[in-house]
Design a protein around this ligand. Sequence first.
Ligand SMILES: NC(=O)C1=CN([C@@H]2O[C@H](COP(=O)(O)OP(=O)(O)OC[C@H]3O[C@@H](n4cnc5c(N)ncnc54)[C@H](O)[C@@H]3O)[C@@H](O)[C@H]2O)C=CC1
Ligand SMILES: CC(=O)C(=O)O
Ligand SMILES: [Mg+2]
Length: 371
Amino acid sequence: MIIGLPKEIKNNENRVALTPGGVAEFVKNGHTVYVQATAGEGSGFSDAEYSAAGATILPTIEEVYGIAEMIVKVKEPIEQEYALIKEGQLLFTYFHFASYEPLTRAMIERKATCLAYETVELKDRSLPLLIPMSEVAGRMAPQEGAKYLEKPLKGRGILLGGVPGVKPANVLVLGGGIVGTQAAKIAAGFGANVTIMDISLKRLRELDDIMPANVTTVMSNHYNIKEAIKTSDLIIGAVLIPGAKAPHLITRDMLKDMRPGTVLVDVAVDQGGCIETCKPTTHENPTFIIDDVVHYCVANMPGAVPYTSTLALTNATLPYALLLANKGWKQACQERDELKLGLNVVDGKVVYPGVAQAFNLPLTDVAEVLA
Ligand SMILES: NC(=O)C1=CN([C@@H]2O[C@H](COP(=O)(O)OP(=O)(O)OC[C@H]3O[C@@H](n4cnc5c(N)ncnc54)[C@H](O)[C@@H]3O)[C@@H](O)[C@H]2O)C=CC1
Ligand SMILES: CC(=O)C(=O)O
Ligand SMILES: [Mg+2]
């Protein structure tokens, strides 16, 4: 198969979808890899390293999309990439379709086949290609939150861990999955007073067993959230309903119950956000303020720490990317249920229920496109 590795062009997106080591694996398996010049630069990989691994370097993104049967990426294609996508081309990347209708409609129009990292799902309901980036974003969330709590950055001016004789900050984490667990762990490590909420009692029991003493578990419901936000300094949004738009657990009218300078880090923003007032922001311009509440809503948080994120992501994605190249997407998805669940759009037809529901689009049975 002919594989294309474009350079990411989303704001401050420094990750790359294949390392030179990954390229070498494809070449060893008899595939041809085209890498856009400087694609790996932000993650510390030079064109010379990709060439030495057996790739051909192409100067422009147009050439990479033009020649490849499968495009391997990190972030969803952005507007300027839509026209580059060819009919039937396989795109293996994050999409987060349910949060952005224009992207969904563009992929339908281009008749692309889109296998989304974030909906590849194993039998135990875990999301093997989302987990590594959720681990990164979860660990980053208290770090970013701590920064924006500083007064010059418009926060309340409170130190997460406090100091001897002075109380620590209160951190509320909504969602106790991968992002929430990592966020709670790091916030607790800073010394904050952490509350973590989830709708799964089973998950709260597990968290109660593994978390340090400064983490309290509380059932997630409207009443408990409304109470907790009154005294929270930092609120981290970490809920997920796979493939679907995130539920708004904090609505616009609830901001008035928060103290001025409270910081919201809505990690779930890539699925639309679990805080109504959160809209996607960039690393260049990460925050905005509504009702004296600081909103941090960067949709590609791991892009800021590419030396960690690129390796963590490709550790998980490479075996699946190789399977797609070795068997072709159809056979690979027939043989592996988790990959089949990654199919969101096939030849322009929506095959993922959450995406069809989000925009009232016709849903094609995935069995039909795999027949
Ligand atoms: N902004 C960014 O750069 C990044 C964003 N993310 C996003 O973070 C979000 C969370 O991802 P993961 O932690 O991997 O998901 P996960 O599936 O591991 O955890 C989600 C948790 O939310 C819980 N939940 C669902 N509804 C809830 C409710 N009403 N109240 C409280 N909890 C509720 C679930 O029970 C589950 O434990 C996703 O949208 C993901 O795409 C992940 C990585 C990077
Ligand atoms: C998961 C995701 O959206 C990211 O890593 O940017
Ligand atoms: Mg994202």
